[in-house]
Design a binder for this molecule. Structure first.
Ligand code: C2E
Ligand code: CA
Ligand code: CA
Length: 733
């Protein structure tokens, strides 16, 4: 068949049709049909094809560019001009470099040329620059054309503008990696950056800081001014943060008003403190929106890689805990994560839940400690003291759980429970003819809660038989009482409307006892046990108690001493003028059901009672104090010398100018309570007493326990002489 076709092609046939000469060739069609094809019809078809090709070249939206082998542009189509802004005339003779945006690297172009040389074509996406300077994205397809010697003769590029696709893709990328409101990197992106930064930090032996930042007072602004103001603030704060970190650092929005920061290339925590201070400072500058100035601050928690962990979630959680600490310690500050502190917080949190459950389970119980009048021996009241009957740990003291709930809603809830149960108990005792006054400890936080008064009133209404004056509220003086006026008002209402009384607890331990005494309507002062404990040892504590008793008299308040552990302390207090006491020497706190039996078996302290019929003159008072102080000193010294050297016992005050007996002698002298001769003799006896004691003390310290202890009887003799002399002076004028 092919042979027939070739054979026919050998002949050019010339005919005359309608007297016009026509040239052409015979063509073999399908079957045995041979047709005559004129040259002019063949030529027309070819011309049409060329024209069509030209139109396609010109009209398609794809840009085309043809260069010679040296990349000199020799032709472009109108679509190219439309995309790039360069007319055909302008661009011919130039190279495609004119379109370069500078956004592609040298490597990019090197790879492109390698592909063209090795494979004859290349395709990819390129960011180029239009004539007007705009950057646009194009999909580019380049094909190399070769001449008969297989050398490149031309390059033809087909390009289409894909900028809008690119922008959409970028937007999607933005959504996936950036926060829509603030345009800050989101969580996913900071995690990614952390991984890169961690690798870099390993190589450069540097550290990273992961910070958790929370705005301090954002919610109220958002609530009162609306979300659009809140949003504007977040945008502005984000801008300031970005502005105050380095290029290599990342600030990311975690949601709401919480942000995470990744600070890189750090030598130490101190190194990043400067950045943190700058960020805090930038945030705390006022933000003006709709002519209203808003001031906001932030708390930042910080933890370090690699010191802490290499897991981003763990680091962020730790930074969050440290941020919470920063909030707790006053906001507008940063806090470095501390493992021990964190464990304490976790423990506290756990314990808080446990305490809440314990209240529901009925594991709390009130113990009661009697309060007596030392002169009459009367048990006139009890103090309710909270205990936690823990199923595994046994009876727990307030120190184990009250500090954990301090300042929480649970503190008020437990406080209400205490009031309810103490009043209930008082009611039960009344039914068996016991009428002690019950003191209830109240935290200032509880006292200041809005429901305090109503709750107390409600409980009293539930038990109408109880006389309200049998209830006393003990307000801790040592704690920061806070709003004194508010405390005054609620106490005043409790006293005037309900008829109950109030005591200032732990008096003297606060830093403004006198202010409290003046400002609060408490009719009783409770001398703190820390002063009572060392009353006989330390002349300072003696002076404080003496002062408190004087204040109570001046302000016409009653006074009670707590923590009385020995008969001597009681005697001393009686002599000083404090007659009410509470302490282990009388009774330890006990469960309610043990109180009636204890009361039945109770025998007043005889030595205290003996003071009852004595009115002490100032001289008698001082001599009695001297006697108590001297015998206490002597007992303590003997006990010390008899103890092994590694025991924890401390000696009494050895300095003759500072010991309690010496102070008593000075008072006697100052107030001229003794004749001069008696005074001199007393001083000599005291000096001799100390000389003997010093010698014993020296032996003891030199490890010569035998001599030390043998000399004790000598000290005892000196003590007796001093004692009987003091006794004599009582009667001698
Ligand atoms: P507080 O009000 O000063 O109570 C006196 C504390 O001293 C009690 O400790 C008591 O057991 C202890 N104590 C009594 N006599 C002596 C003594 O002779 N020597 C020694 N060393 N200690 C003695 P407790 O029961 O551990 O209570 C400690 C603190 O817990 C109380 O101090 C009070 O501030 C607080 N507290 C106790 N119960 C409650 C309560 O129901 N509510 C509130 N808010 N606080 C309470
Ligand atoms: Ca108390
Ligand atoms: Ca106390």
């Amino acid at each position: 068949m092919k042979d027939v076709k070739r054979w026919l092609d050998n002949f050019v046939i010339k005919l005359s049709i309608n007297s016009k000469p026509v040239a052409g060739r015979l063509r073999k069609n399908s079957g045995n049909v041979i047709s005559f094809l004129t040259f002019s019809s063949q030529y027309k078809a070819t011309r049409e094809l060329i024209e069509l090709r030209a139109r396609v070249y010109d009209d398609v939206p794809e840009g085309r560019i043809i260069t010679d082998a040296n990349t000199i542009i020799i032709d472009v189509n109108p679509a190219f001009s439309k995309i790039t802004g360069y007319s055909r005339e302008e661009i011919i003779g130039k190279t495609p470099k004119i379109l370069s945006s500078g956004l592609q690297s040298k490597t990019f172009y090197a790879l492109m040329w390698r592909s063209l040389q090795e494979q004859g074509h290349w395709q990819g996406e390129v960011w180029n620059r239009k004539k007007n300077g705009d950057i646009y994205a194009e999909r580019l397809n380049i094909v190399a054309f070769y001449d008969q010697h297989h050398s490149v003769s031309h390059y033809v590029g087909l390009l289409s503008d894909i900028t809008s696709n690119k922008r959409q893709q970028e937007q999607l990328d933005m959504l996936a990696h950036y926060d829509v409101l603030t345009q800050l990197p989101n969580r996913a992106l900071i995690v990614d950056r952390f991984k890169q930064a961690m690798a870099q930090a390993k190589r450069s032996q540097t550290q990273l800081a992961v910070c958790f930042l929370d705005l301090d007072n954002f919610k109220p602004i958002n609530d009162s001014y609306g979300h659009h103001v809140g949003d504007s603030i977040l945008i502005e704060i984000s801008r300031r943060m970005t502005h105050n970190i380095r290029e290599s650092d990342t600030v990311s929005r975690q949601g709401g008003d919480e942000f995470a920061l990744l600070l890189t290339d750090i030598d130490s925590f101190a190194h990043c403190e400067q950045s943190l201070r700058r960020i805090l400072d930038a945030i705390s500058q006022p933000v003006v929106i709709d002519d209203i100035s808003h001031t906001i601050s932030a708390s930042i928690g910080v933890t370090m890689y690699p010191a802490d962990s290499d897991d981003f979630d763990t680091l962020l959680r730790h930074a969050d805990h440290a941020m919470y600490e920063a909030k707790q310690s006053g906001r507008n500050r940063y806090q470095l994560y501390n493992v021990e502190q964190d464990q304490l917080i976790v423990f506290k949190h756990h314990r808080l839940l446990e305490i809440e459950q314990a209240l529901l389970n009925g594991e709390f119980q009130l113990y009661y400690q009697p309060k007596v009048n030392m002169l009459t021996g009367d048990v006139f009241g009890v103090e309710a003291l909270l205990r936690w009957n823990h199923p595994e740990q046994g009876i727990l003291l307030p120190v184990d759980f009250l500090p954990i709930i301090a300042g929480t809603a649970l503190e008020k809830k437990l406080g209400d429970w205490v009031i309810e149960y103490a009043v209930k108990q008082l009611n039960e005792w009344q039914e068996i003819e016991l009428r002690p006054e019950v003191s209830i400890n109240i935290s200032s936080n509880h006292l200041l809660s809005s429901s305090f008064f109503d709750n107390l009133k409600w409980v009293l209404n539930e038990h109408p038989l109880i006389k309200p004056n049998a209830i006393q509220l003990e307000i801790l003086e040592s704690s920061a009482l806070g709003d004194l006026k508010a405390i005054h008002d609620v106490l005043e209402r409790c006293i005037s409307e309900l008829g109950i009384s109030a005591a200032l607890d732990d008096f003297g331990t606060g830093y403004s006892s006198l202010t409290h005494l003046r400002a609060l309507p408490a009719n009783i002062i409770k001398i703190d046990q820390s002063f009572v404990r060392d009353l006989l040892d330390d002349p300072h504590d003696y002076s404080i108690i003496d002062g408190v008793i004087g204040l109570a008299e001046a302000f016409r308040r009653e006074v009670i001493a707590e923590g009385v552990e020995t008969t001597e302390q009681g005697l001393m207090l009686i002599v000083m003028g404090c007659l009410q006491a509470q302490g282990y020497v009388i009774a330890k706190p006990m469960p309610a059901d043990e109180f009636p039996r204890w009361l039945q078996n109770y025998r007043p302290n005889q030595e205290w009672l003996e003071c009852a019929d004595r009115q002490f003159s100032p001289k008698e008072k001082q001599l009695k104090l001297l006697k108590l102080a001297t015998s206490h000193w002597h007992n303590k010294f003997v006990e010390y010398i008899k103890s092994p050297q590694d025991s924890a016992l401390a000696p009494p005050i050895m300095d003759i100018r500072k010991c309690h007996c010496g102070t008593c002698i000075t008072w006697l002298k100052q107030e001229k309570l003794l004749k001069k001769g008696s005074m001199v003799f007393l001083k000599q006896l005291h000096e001799t007493f100390h000389q003997i004691a010093d010698s014993i003390f020296h032996h003891y310290q030199q490890n010569d326990l035998q001599t030390a202890r043998a000399e004790l009887h000598e000290l005892q003799q000196a003590f007796f002489i001093m004692h009987s002399t003091v006794e004599q002076y009582k009667t001698v004028t």
